[in-house]
Design a protein around this ligand. Structure first.
Ligand code: HCA
Ligand code: CU
Length: 465
C-alpha cells in the first residue's frame, strides 16, 4: 500500500495566517517541507495576485523535481492564472451543498457543473493534471457528491478529493464514504482532506488509509483554518510506526516543525505528539527509573528517528512569589562575551525567574551626548530570537535622542522615545544623530540564554539502537 502525501502548508496553512509571508519565507518553507520527502506541494492560489504567480514559478524553477499544485476555484479566470504559474497540478474545488446555495446568488447544480466542466476542460487542454474537490463533502448529499465526481472524472480529472471542511466526520463515517466512492470509482486515485475541529483528523486519516485512500492532504504542524488539518510530521511518524512508509535518516521532523513554527509565528504546544518539546520527556520518578533501565519502557518509538531525544528531569519545587521578583544581575564577563561589541557602557541583565518560557535577557547601553551624527550604523548581532528595543532620551519625557534605524535594508528617522521590534532573522542597525539617552534591548524567548535560568537538570538518554 503506497500512501502519498500532498503537503498543503503553503496553501491551507498560508491562507490561515494572520500575516502575509514574504516570497523569501515561502521559498525557504518550500525547501524545508520538500526535505520531508512529500510527494506533492500545494501552494497558494495563482489567481490572487501577480506575485502569487511569481512565487509559484520560482518554486517550480528552484525545486523542479517536486510536483507542484496550486488551488483554484472552478472559474476560467483562476485556471488561466494557474496555467500562467507553470504548475504541474491544479486543485479545482467547488461547494454544492445547501450552505453554498445560501452563499452564492443564483446557485444551481447545473451551473456548478458547467463551471467545473469549463475549468477542467481548460486545465486539461493546457496539460495540467487536475485534482477535483467537493468542499464540505461531508455535508453534501451523497448522490450529488457522486454526480459531481462522475462529471469531473469523465472530463479527465486525475484525482478526486473528499474534503471534511468542518472536521465533523468520525472514522466510521470515513470508512462508509470511502467504501461508497471506491465502489463507484475504483480506478481514480482518492485524496482526503481532514480538518481537525473535533480533534479527529489523524484518526480519520488512518481510517482513510485503511479504507483505501491513496493521497492525504496535510500541513506541517497541522496549520490551517481554525484548528487546522492533518499534521504532516505526525502522519509521517505514524506511517513509520505502522511500517507503511519508513522514515529515512535524512528526514528531521522536529527541525522542520520548529522551522515552520518559527516562520509562521505559530508556536506548537510543548506536549504536541512527535515534535513537541515534551514528547519524549519523562518526569515521574518511577518512569525515570524505568527509562534508565530500559529505554523502551516509556518511549513508543526511538525519538532519534524523529529528530528528538529522550530526556528525564527531576521536578522543581512550586514557584513562590519571591522567585518571580528579582533584582536583575549585571552580567559577569562570561555572559558579556555572548553580547556583541563588548563596550564599556554596555551591560546585560538576566532575570532569574524559574519559568523557562518567560526568560528574558536585557542589554542596556548608555548613549553619551552625540553632537555630530555618527558616521556608521551599529548592527545588532544576529540572534535566534526576536528582540524589542526601546530608545529613550535624557530630556524631559524621554525626548532628545535622534536616531536612524535600519531595518531589513530600510532606513527610518526616529525621535525618542520610540521602540523597534526586530523579528528573528531581520537585520537591524542604528546610528545616533544627536542627543543622549539610553537604549534598552530585550531579547525575548528562552533558547539562547537558557543557561541563565534556573531549570531542572536534564538527563539525556541515548536511545540509538
Ligand atoms: C478552502 C477549503 C478547503 C479545500 C480543500 C481542497 C476545504 O480552504 O478553500 O480543495 O481540497 O477544507 O474544503 O481547504
Ligand atoms: Cu481545508
Amino acid at each position: 500500500m503506497k500512501v502519498n502525501i500532498v503537503d498543503a502548508t503553503l496553501r491551507e496553512g498560508k491562507q490561515s495566517l494572520q500575516r502575509t509571508l514574504s516570497n523569501k519565507e515561502i521559498l525557504n518553507l518550500a525547501e524545508k517541507i520538500i526535505s520531508l520527502g512529500v510527494d506533492q506541494l500545494e501552494v497558494g492560489h495563482a489567481s490572487i495576485s501577480k506575485n502569487e504567480v511569481r512565487v509559484l514559478r520560482a518554486i517550480k524553477s528552484n525545486f523542479p523535481d517536486t510536483p507542484l499544485m496550486t488551488h483554484s476555484r472552478a472559474f476560467v479566470h483562476d485556471v488561466t492564472q494557474a496555467i500562467e504559474a507553470n504548475v504541474d497540478w491544479i486543485g479545482i474545488f467547488i461547494s454544492t451543498n445547501d450552505y453554498a446555495r445560501f452563499r452564492i446568488t443564483n446557485f444551481s447544480v447545473e451551473k456548478a457543473i458547467e463551471c467545473v466542466s469549463k475549468s477542467i476542460e481548460l486545465a486539461k487542454a493546457n496539460n495540467l493534471k487536475v485534482r477535483f474537490t467537493i468542499e464540505d463533502s461531508s455535508r453534501t448529499d451523497p448522490d450529488l457528491l457522486l454526480r459531481m465526481y462522475r462529471n469531473a472524472i469523465r472530463l479527465g480529472a486525475d484525482r478526486i478529493c473528499l474534503a471534511d471542511t468542518l472536521g465533523i466526520l468520525e472514522p466510521k463515517d470515513v470508512e462508509k464514504t470511502i467504501r461508497l466512492l471506491k465502489a463507484n470509482y475504483a480506478n481514480i486515485p482518492l485524496e482526503v482532506h481532514f480538518h481537525n475541529d473535533r480533534g479527529l483528523a489523524m484518526a480519520n486519516t488512518l481510517q482513510a488509509i485503511e479504507s483505501g485512500a491513496e493521497w492525504i492532504s496535510t500541513s506541517v504542524n497541522g496549520i490551517g483554518e481554525r484548528s487546522g488539518i492533518t499534521d504532516t510530521c505526525l502522519l509521517l511518524a505514524n506511517l513509520h510506526y505502522k511500517k507503511i512508509r519508513p522514515l529515512t535518516g535524512k528526514i528531521n521532523l522536529k527541525e522542520v516543525s520548529d522551522f515552520v513554527a518559527h516562520i509562521t509565528q505559530l508556536p506548537i504546544d510543548a506536549h504536541r505528539p512527535v515534535v513537541g518539546k515534551k514528547a519524549f520527556l519523562h518526569v515521574a520518578d518511577l518512569h525515570v527509573k524505568a527509562m534508565k533501565k530500559n529505554k523502551a519502557s516509556y518511549n513508543w518509538i526511538n525519538p532519534e528517528v524523529l529528530g528528538q531525544q529522550t530526556e528525564c528531569i527531576q521536578k522543581l519545587p512550586p514557584i513562590k512569589p519571591s522567585d518571580l521578583v528579582c533584582k536583575p544581575q549585571l552580567t559577569s564577563d562570561i555572559i558579556l562575551r555572548h553580547i556583541n561589541n563588548n563596550r564599556d557602557n554596555k551591560y546585560a541583565m538576566f532575570d532569574k525567574t524559574q519559568m523557562p518560557d518567560i526568560a528574558i535577557n536585557c542589554e542596556i547601553e548608555t548613549i553619551p551626548f552625540v553632537f555630530n551624527p555618527e558616521k556608521q550604523f551599529k548592527f545588532l548581532s544576529p540572534q535566534n530570537k526576536d528582540a524589542y528595543i526601546i530608545f529613550a532620551g535624557k530630556a524631559e519625557h524621554l525626548e532628545g535622542l535622534s536616531c536612524e534605524i535600519m531595518l531589513d535594508g530600510e532606513v527610518f528617522l526616529l525621535e525618542s522615545p520610540f521602540s523597534v521590534f526586530v523579528p528573528y532573522g531581520v537585520e537591524c542597525g542604528y546610528r545616533i544623530l544627536s542627543g543622549a539617552g539610553i537604549c534598552i534591548r530585550n531579547n525575548v524567548m528562552n533558547e539562547y540564554n537558557a543557561h541563565s535560568i534556573k531549570k531542572p537538570e536534564v538527563i539525556r538518554i541515548n536511545t540509538a539502537d
